[in-house]
Design a protein around this ligand. Structure first.
Ligand SMILES: *Cc1c(COP(=O)(O)O)cnc(C)c1O
Length: 461
């Protein structure tokens, strides 16, 4: 792991226990795990400052080589589990072209839910047959385009299937199942599922390839049990002459942002006193996730002999991870534009204004807060300073970090704040040009033999 400003495990421990002693109005430190390439970027005395100057505003950095590593981990989990697997990147989690390109290069498909996403995936070399098209009540245009390109279409409703049939072209589909007892608005309930299976004639242009689901939450057991139910659906559909040899268990593979100690300290000592304007009402993401990403897939495969059941029945298992394929694959960089000092409970703290908005750090928009600490750059000696981070808009509530973060020194105008591990949903799912501020461009960083090289993502040129 990387922790800026500390160069040994012991120093990390000392920092953690001492950083906020005597600062009851300050949250405990929550340093994020980061990729080695990002550590190199933070350690470089010049590069971040050079990029910031060239770009002239907030920006996101992406590390596509990390996406390839994450895809490889899912593929290895399939190989080790002895299961024929398919990985589809849940594209809504990040819009960068370099992410989709990395998927195409490493043999992953892409899960899209709009014509824009479909076209963007094709443009980066993902073949139509490697696309999964999900989403509720898809437009006729999207259904037609998906069928033309041989994509696998996840049917969410009976009338959607009727519309696809009326469009005419041959199509490969899976039926998205509403799990028993779920109140989700997505998927087909038991009666609709029977209706849909009957509507697909085994000799017609629409081919029933299998079944899918996508659960909220991050529970491996729930996914394994639902997958077992889908295997049974496949066997029944096969007996009626359908190919039915794929099941997709959707996304929701967890990401491990923080170590266990930081996370448990935060949760056990959580106090309203740490926050500018009070703590968020909603739940937090489980920022420490002991069995994340591909490990979670291994746990799913190992549960109740699922892997063997898939093997014995020649069924391919598809996954649609969004967040997990982006783990440690990007960060968001803001420049400090102003510093004020205020007091809370009689103790001083700084409130920064940075040159971007919380639209580029989405967790605030879900009434929650992004907890991995930003890194203050450049690294210089100083005294721990409780610091909130406000945005450059006229909204009172627009803060990137409401909690007072124990920055290792006071921030000054011109310093950079790097929010780590933001590629999954944080950086761009809510971005809009509010206040006519330009959207932060995406910078692509790659490790080359001599040094780190950067370029603009094709979505930012
Ligand atoms: C959002 C979504 C995903 C990706 O979810 P993650 O939690 O990012 O893994 C996959 N499949 C479907 C159908 C989705 O809606």
């Amino acid at each position: 792991m990387g922790l800026a400003g500390a160069d040994s495990a012991q120093a990390v421990d000392e920092y953690r226990s001492s950083a906020t002693d005597g600062l009851p109005h300050c949250a405990p430190p929550m340093p994020a795990y980061i990729d080695a390439v990002e550590q190199r970027l933070l350690d470089d005395p010049l590069l971040l400052g050079d990029i910031a100057e060239a770009v002239g505003g907030p920006f996101h950095v992406l590390f596509p080589e990390r996406v390839a590593v994450n895809v490889g981990a899912f593929q290895s989990a399939f190989t080790e589990g002895g299961v024929d697997g398919l990985v589809y990147f849940g594209k809504k989690a990040n819009k960068a072209a370099c992410v989709v390109r990395a998927c195409a290069e490493s043999g992953a498909g892409v899960d899209v839910a709009s014509t824009g996403e479909l076209v963007a995936a094709l443009a980066q070399g993902v073949r139509g047959e490697d696309l999964m098209v999900t989403g509720p009540a898809k437009s006729d245009d999207l259904l037609w385009l998906a069928a033309r390109h041989g994509a696998l279409i996840a049917i969410d409703a009976v009338d959607e299937l009727d519309r696809l049939a009326a469009l005419g072209p041959p199509a490969r589909i899976v039926l998205r199942v509403l799990p028993e007892g779920s109140t989700s608005r997505f998927g087909l309930d038991r009666r609709e599922l029977e209706q849909a299976i009957r509507a697909v004639t085994s000799s017609g242009p629409i081919s029933l390839s299998g079944f899918s689901f996508h659960l909220s939450g991050y529970d491996a057991t729930a996914r394994a049990e639902q997958a077992t139910a889908l295997v049974d659906h496949c066997l029944r559909a096969r007996s009626e002459g359908h190919p039915a040899d794929i099941i997709s268990i959707g996304g929701g593979f967890g990401v491990d942002y923080l170590d266990a100690d930081s996370w448990s300290r935060f949760r056990e000592t959580l106090s309203d006193n740490w926050f500018h304007g009070g703590a968020p009402a909603e739940d937090y993401y489980p920022y420490h996730f002991p069995s994340p990403g591909a490990d979670m897939l291994s746990a799913v495969l190992a549960h109740n002999g699922l892997a063997k059941r898939l093997r014995d029945n020649d069924i391919r298992l598809a996954v649609e991870p969004g967040r997990a394929l982006l783990d440690r694959a990007g960060s968001s960089v803001f420049r400090v534009q102003g510093v004020k000092t205020r007091t809370a409970q009689g103790h001083p703290y700084d409130i920064l204004t940075v040159d971007g908005t919380s639209l580029s750090l989405s967790e605030q928009w879900f009434a929650s807060e992004y907890l991995p600490d930003p890194v203050l750059w450049p690294q210089r000696p100083g005294a721990t300073t409780p610091t909130c981070v406000g945005a450059t808009t006229c909204l009172e509530s627009d803060l990137l970090s409401r909690r007072r973060i124990p920055l290792p020194r006071r921030a000054h105008v011109g310093d950079l704040l790097i929010y780590p591990n933001t590629a999954g949903y944080q950086m761009d799912s809510n971005e809009s040009p509010f206040h006519e501020l330009p959207l932060p461009p995406k910078v692509v960083l790659r490790e080359r033999a001599d040094r780190l090289r950067w370029t603009l993502d094709t979505t930012s040129r």
